[in-house]
Ligand binder design. Structure first.
Ligand code: SAM
Ligand code: SF4
Length: 333
């Protein structure tokens, strides 16, 4: 197979979207994402800036048109802006979109550089606007910084989408307010069902909130109009007639979207996971560090296409185990 053949899996899905984790570390400890005493990877195992860049280029060569940089928290990595700038040079030359998902705590510092590198849209995770609940949920007192970060991103000309994980009895009652706030500030908002990835304190079932319940409640308040707006990810959107803003729904539990999957994920150590909910993986770091990286990377990507599973099988029930032992912060959200 030619080294630049497009990536197509065994179910004939064209893979065009890479989520690249640049670190598993984070300055928050969101309780649904990781335990307070999270063990992070030794730094020596993490790909260098040059390796991440090389990987990005290899993927673009294989027809990846959208790269989302994520983590852990991408903006805690010191050389992150350099990577954004380096990959940003490929926008319009194979790469259609470079974007990132961030918790926003350090966005105020980096928003201008990110925008200058050619990034147009970013996702910022925000589960609550209540300072106390923010601290309880993320185990850190950073709401003010996140809100400043979002404002700075807007000011820098970045389109900000808010990502909110819907959590039973936690931010459940606040969701309509978050939607109103987001729309009033010109942001779309996507609601996400919590996924059973990695061990966290407590039972997932106690905070799992199926999104159809929330949608019904929002529908009682507003007119939700189906939208064919897509951003290349799994989110399905409605437009709220009264606010003019969009709400996305990511429903891995209640409405499986794997048939249209166009994504692969690479961890900060260069493990390519063919599915967020699966264990199928190939090792890109050893391919990168081999004597013939080009051939070995091409072979590893072909193998990834062969092993990508048809779908995930998430289940959340009392006493059930995580679908995968690794946390979302490891595979990259
Ligand atoms: N630290 C960055 C952030 O929070 O935006 C990027 C990485 S984080 C893992 C990416 C997204 O995954 C966030 O929106 C977060 O809320 C979400 N997330 C983390 N753990 C999750 C889980 N178990 N189920 C569903 N979403 C999760
Ligand atoms: Fe960190 Fe993002 Fe996980 Fe929260 S969701 S702990 S911000 S990686």
């Amino acid at each position: 197979m030619s080294c630049s053949a497009p990536l197509v899996d065994a179910f004939n899905r064209r893979i065009s979207y890479l989520r690249l984790s640049v670190t598993d570390r984070c300055d928050l400890r969101c309780s649904y994402c990781m335990p307070e005493l999270m063990e992070f990877l030794p730094k020596k195992d993490v790909l260098s800036l040059e390796e991440l860049h090389k990987l990005g280029l290899a993927f673009i060569d294989r027809g990846i048109t959208k790269i989302r940089l994520t983590g852990g928290e991408p903006l805690v990595r010191r050389d992150m802006v350099q990577l954004i700038k380096a990959l940003g040079r490929k926008i319009g030359e194979g790469l259609e979109e470079l974007t990132l998902t961030t918790n926003g705590t350090r966005l105020a510092e980096f928003a201008d550089d990110i925008a200058a590198a050619g990034v147009k849209r970013i996702n910022v995770s925000l589960d609550t606007m209540d300072g106390e609940l923010f601290q309880q949920l993320s185990r850190r007192d950073r709401l003010v910084q996140v809100l400043q970060g979002i404002a700075a991103a807007k000011e820098a000309g970045l389109k900000v989408k808010i990502n909110t994980v819907a959590l039973k009895d936690t931010n459940e009652g606040e969701i309509p307010f978050l939607v109103e706030w987001a729309h009033a500030n010109g942001h779309d908002i996507t609601l996400i069902e919590v996924m059973p990835l990695g061990e966290v304190e407590g039972e997932r079932v106690d905070h799992y909130l199926p999104l159809p319940v929330i949608r019904d409640r929002l529908e009682a308040m507003w007119t939700l109009e189906e939208s064919d707006y897509r951003t290349g990810g799994p989110s399905r959107y409605v437009t709220v007639r009264e606010t003019g803003g969009r709400i996305g729904f990511i429903t891995p539990l209640t409405n499986n979207f794997c048939a249209g999957c166009n994504r692969i994920r690479v961890t900060a150590t260069g493990e390519l996971y063919a599915c967020l909910g699966g264990s199928e993986k190939v090792d890109l770091r050893s391919a990168l560090r081999s004597a013939d990286p080009e051939t070995n990377l091409a072979a590893a990507l072909d193998e990834a296409m062969r092993i990508k599973p048809e779908r995930h099988h998430f289940e959340i029930a009392r006493g059930s185990f995580p679908a995968q032992p690794r946390h979302m912060s490891m595979t990259g959200g």
